[in-house]
Design a protein around this ligand. Structure first.
Ligand SMILES: Cc1ncc(COP(=O)(O)O)c(C=O)c1O
Length: 320
């Protein structure tokens, strides 16, 4: 198995108090993973950057939306481990003149940002491969990371997360684990962990974009590649996935009032969620719990705190 860079320390699991739900909710504080509080992306990048180092690459290319947490974390890892970093960011209309949120951090960290249109973003892998060829002609050794760091290598980070939670899940008789599904790697890694460790829990992934059919294919693809590449003696099929739709609202990264109110409610309890991933997921989980008989669950806080600054207007409106 690939050896990861050791950046992330074991993150705590805390009980959320003061929510008045009939289910006890614990929170796995993966918002506190290492290297600039990098959230779930740190776990994936520990493997991806280790792989890039093993392959003697010196330049990282990756892509995402303009507010991407993955791109910001990649910029931080690249800076830390001495890689040149190229980010291909999807932008609608003109790029902003004053940087904010993750984009500001990426620029500060020294990444080179390439703005691409939504149309170009549809063929983002080809765009990055063509650019990698240009870099090779200049003598660089590029390493391409797919959107969200979600492939068979990045997902190993969430297999580790499940290993970290195993003892707690058993001791506390946890019925379900909830996480956001944005590009599928987090869920895929957790599912590999659930199967390998033979854990009897529901693994509930709440969609923040796209469709259940789309993610079933994506996640299965990641899991199958991991099983094959790392000789895991497990089988995974579409029936192993509990994917939950209905909380996306009008679209990816478009917040809605009920979600914003949940973010505000949680902030009053000292937990900061953000509108793109964890806000929609936590909100969706609270609604979903009402239809279940779970006694105890874990919500994985996947981070993303810096993106709240790009939603200052929407969040200001829910502050009473
Ligand atoms: C803060 C945050 N939470 C959750 C996710 C979703 O994780 P995944 O892309 O592995 O599905 C992402 C990225 O997409 C993210 O940035």
């Amino acid at each position: 198995m690939l050896k990861p860079l050791k950046i992330t320390k074991k993150t705590p699991i805390e009980e959320i108090r003061g929510l008045k739900t009939s289910t006890k909710i614990y929170i796995k504080r993966d918002d506190l993973t290492g290297l600039l509080i990098s959230g779930n992306k740190a776990r994936k990048l520990e493997y991806l950057i280790a792989d890039a180092k093993n392959k003697k690459c010196n330049t990282i290319l990756t892509c995402g939306g303009i507010k991407s947490n993955h791109c910001r974390t990649t910029a931080a890892f690249a800076q830390r481990f001495g890689f040149e970093c190229h980010l291909f960011l999807r932008v609608r209309g003109k790029p902003q003149k004053i940087y904010t949120g993750n984009l500001l951090l990426e620029k500060l960290l020294g990444a080179t940002v390439h703005y691409i249109t939504p149309k170009q973003y549809e063929s983002r892998d080809e765009v990055m491969e063509a650019y990698a060829e240009r870099l090779k002609r200049k003598g660089k050794r590029p390493y391409i990371i797919p959107v969200g760091g979600s492939n068979e290598i990045g997902s190993l980070g969430y297999l580790d997360c499940m290993k970290e939670m195993k003892g707690f899940i058993k001791k506390e008789k946890i019925a379900a684990v909830y996480c956001a599904v944005g590009s599928g790697g987090t869920y895929a890694g957790l599912l590999l962990g659930k199967k390998l460790l033979n854990l009897k829990i529901d693994l509930n992934g709440i969609l923040v974009c796209d469709t259940i059919e789309y993610f079933k294919k994506e996640i299965l693809g990641i899991c199958e590649k991991a099983i094959d590449k790392f000789n895991m003696s497990i089988k995974i099929g579409e029936d192993d996935m509990n994917l939950i739709d209905g909380f996306i609202g009008k679209g990816y990264a478009i917040p809605y009032p009920a979600e914003l109110k949940t973010i505000r409610r949680m902030a009053k309890l000292g937990i900061i969620l953000e509108p793109v991933y964890t806000g929609k997921t936590f909100h969706g989980m609270l609604k979903h719990l009402r239809k279940t008989r779970y006694k105890k669950v874990i919500f994985i806080h996947t981070g993303g705190i810096f993106s709240i600054f790009a939603f200052a207007r929407e969040l200001t409106e829910v502050i009473d």
